[in-house]
Unconditional design. Structure first.
Length: 268
DNA sequence: CGGCATGTTTCGCC
DNA sequence: AGGCGAAACATGCC
C-alpha cells in the first residue's frame, strides 16, 4: 500500500465527498462486510480522516468506513485517481479488481445530474492483489504515533523496552503509524542508522535523528507525490547503485523478512 | 518459469 | 506472557 503518504494523498482527494449523502454501496464480499450498504445508505459523509495507512470515511451518525489498501489498492474519486500507477503494478484499472464502489447524492459537487442507474461511482477502491481490507467501525486504538508528525519523545517511548532490529519495529503500526517499507528505508537513510541495528543499542541521539528525519523527509516526499519520491527512488532501490550522499555502493538485503536498501558507509 | 512486490495476520518457538 | 521470526495470504508482473 500504499504507505501512510499515499493514504494522506487519498484522504485529501476524497474531501469532495464531504457533505454528500451515500446513495448505495457495492462490495466484493471477500474484502468487505456485506452489510455495508444497509449500514451506510442514506448517511452523510461528515469528514474524511486518516489513521496511519487507513483512510476513514466518517459519516454523520459517527460510524466510520475504514479503507485499507494492502499492497496494491488504489482509490479513485469521481473518476480521478491521484496516484495513477503504483510501483510494481502495470497501472491497469480493471473493473473486476474493484473491491468497493460507493455512489453519492449529489454524484459530483456543484452539479445535480439526472439520477441514472449507470452513473459512475463517486468512490472506487481498486485492488488487484486483494490484500486490502474494508471495515466498519474498526478499532484503531492500538495505532502508534503518526509518522508524519512523530516527535523524538514519542519514538523514544514507542521503542522503550524493545530489543528487535529497528526497521522491523518501525514497520509495526502500534509502534509508528503510517511507515511502510520504502519510507522506513528512506528515514533510516537520512538518520544514518542501519536497518538491522537492535533498538536497545541505539543512543538517544540516534532515536531522535530517526524521528527528526520522519518530520522533515516525509512531508517533503508527500509534497512530491508519495513514498516513491525519496532519495532512494525505485530505480536506485532496484539497482542498488551509488549512495546519493557519499557515492558508496548501496546494499540490498533482507531485514525482518523485507527488502532493505541502505548505505553501509554512512548508516551505522 | 521463478522470483519478487509500498502489507498485515497467524503460528510456533523461545 | 510476550516478543520475535517465518510462513501464509493473493495476484500480477518482469
Amino acid at each position: 500500500m500504499p504507505e501512510g503518504l499515499e493514504a494522506e494523498i487519498w484522504r485529501r482527494s476524497a474531501q469532495p465527498l464531504v457533505g454528500r449523502t451515500i446513495r448505495r454501496i457495492w462490495v466484493d464480499e471477500r474484502c468487505a462486510p456485506p452489510e455495508l450498504d444497509d449500514d451506510l445508505r442514506g448517511a452523510m459523509v461528515a469528514a474524511v480522516e486518516r489513521v496511519g495507512k487507513v483512510v476513514l470515511l466518517v459519516v454523520d451518525d459517527d460510524r466510520r468506513l475504514g479503507l485499507h489498501f494492502g499492497m496494491t489498492g488504489r482509490l479513485v474519486i469521481d473518476g480521478h485517481a491521484p496516484i495513477e500507477r503504483l510501483e510494481y503494478a502495470s497501472g491497469a484499472d480493471r473493473p473486476e479488481w474493484d473491491r468497493l464502489r460507493l455512489w453519492t447524492d449529489p454524484p459530483q459537487a456543484g452539479r445535480v445530474p439526472p439520477d441514472r442507474a449507470g452513473s459512475p461511482p463517486a468512490l472506487r477502491l481498486n485492488d488487484p492483489r486483494r490484500l486490502g481490507r474494508i471495515s466498519i467501525d474498526a478499532d484503531l486504538s492500538d495505532a502508534g504515533p503518526d509518522a508524519l508528525t512523530l516527535t523524538d519523545d514519542e519514538l523514544v517511548a514507542a521503542l522503550a523496552g524493545r530489543r528487535a532490529a529497528v526497521k522491523p519495529l518501525l514497520l509495526q503500526a502500534p509502534v509508528v503509524a503510517g511507515l511502510g517499507n520504502l519510507c522506513a528505508d528512506e528515514v533510516l537513510f537520512h538518520a544514518g542508522v542501519a536497518p538491522s541495528r537492535p533498538v536497545d543499542e541505539l543512543s538517544i541521539e540516534e532515536i531522535a535523528a530517526i524521528a527528526t528525519a520522519c518530520r522533515s523527509v516525509l512531508p517533503a516526499m508527500l509534497d512530491r507525490g508519495g513514498s516513491t519520491h525519496g532519495l532512494l527512488d525505485p530505480g536506485l532501490r532496484a539497482s542498488a547503485g551509488p549512495c546519493p550522499l557519499d557515492g558508496h555502493p548501496l546494499r540490498r538485503d533482507r531485514v525482518g523478512g523485507r527488502t532493505a536498501v541502505w548505505c553501509t558507509h554512512h548508516q551505522t
